[in-house]
Design a protein around this ligand. Structure first.
Ligand SMILES: NC(=O)c1ccc[n+]([C@@H]2O[C@H](COP(=O)([O-])OP(=O)(O)OC[C@H]3O[C@@H](n4cnc5c(N)ncnc54)[C@H](OP(=O)(O)O)[C@@H]3O)[C@@H](O)[C@H]2O)c1
Length: 256
């Protein structure tokens, strides 16, 4: 059985990945949709054009990976696409973000994405694809979002190395680095600690655009995908501008 696995499928980008992957000519037999809210996962059958299996798991818990590995062993699927979209952040002063929240960000954005990739790889074949959903936050440190930005830098760096390691097996790995996206729960989530740490979220895009762009770049086996012109300009700007300029510049801009 050919499958795709999408984490963070109960909302935002993950939900849209399920919809678009199910509509492709090469759609898998099943999409395994992972997140905590089962009722949201069950609703995916209404928007998907192939079978969706709801797998309610908290990916910050180690036992979730034991259940997933058991499922892989019993079903022995071929994993054609893995999208690690589950992720969250918190913005605000370092002292206002609790140790538990910081650890949660690292557990979900870094450890869970790497663990699921490791667990899935033995079930992948030539032409299988991995999409690690990072962010333009990966390109430089960001005040007010320090742990979140660092977690995405970790994931992007891991994805780039894996991209080269897996070329000989014909498996594509792409780090997807979007700019702000509206119509997801992410921005509401990052505002939970401090509503005003970042005042504006300009030049946002919407999930269908970002997902279409990311799936295309993954097919072409780009190691980094920057959906849209703003994300691409951010990537270039962060390459040519030293961090000692970008960090204070961002710190001013986020307060205006
Ligand atoms: N929106 C943006 O501006 C933006 C920009 C750049 C990058 N990104 C990245 O894009 C990815 C998707 O974000 P989004 O915008 O679609 O946000 P979202 O709507 O908040 O979706 C996040 C998803 O992660 C799941 N999730 C959260 N905690 C989890 C846990 N402990 N275990 C399992 N699943 C968990 C949530 O489902 P449950 O609550 O049901 O578990 C939800 O489905 C994230 O990695 C984010 O960092 C977002």
């Amino acid at each position: 059985m050919d499958i795709a696995i999408v984490t963070g499928a109960s909302s935002g980008l993950g939900r849209e990945f399920v919809r678009q992957i199910s509509q492709k000519k090469e759609a898998p037999d099943e999409i395994w949709a992972v997140a905590r809210r089962i009722e949201r996962l069950e609703e995916l059958s209404d928007i998907a054009e192939c079978t969706v299996r709801a797998i309610p798991l908290d990916l910050t818990k180690k036992e979730s990976f034991d259940s997933l590995e058991k499922l892989f062993t019993s079903e022995n699927p071929t994993i054609k696409i893995l999208v690690n979209a589950a992720g969250f952040g918190r913005m605000g002063k370092n002292e206002d973000i609790s140790r538990k929240e910081d650890e949660g960000i690292i557990d979900l954005n870094c450890r869970a994405s790497v663990s699921l990739t490791d667990a899935a790889l033995p079930y992948m074949k030539k032409k299988s694809r991995i999409l690690q959903i990072c962010s333009v936050a990966a390109f430089q440190p960001l005040t007010g979002l320090n742990t979140y930005a660092a977690s995405k830098a970790f994931l992007m760096s891991h994805a780039k190395a894996l991209h080269y390691e897996l070329i000989r097996y014909g498996i594509n790995v792409t780090a997807v680095c979007p700019f702000w996206i509206r119509e997801t729960e992410f921005i509401t989530g990052i505002k939970k600690t401090d509503e005003r740490a970042v005042k504006h979220f300009p030049f946002y895009s919407k999930p269908p655009f970002v997902v279409r762009w990311a799936l295309r770049d993954s097919r072409f086996n780009l190691w980094v995908s920057t959906p849209g012109p703003v994300a691409t300009i951010m990537r270039i700007f962060s390459k040519i501008t030293p961090h000692f300029i970008i960090v204070p510049l961002w710190d001013i801009m986020r307060r205006i």
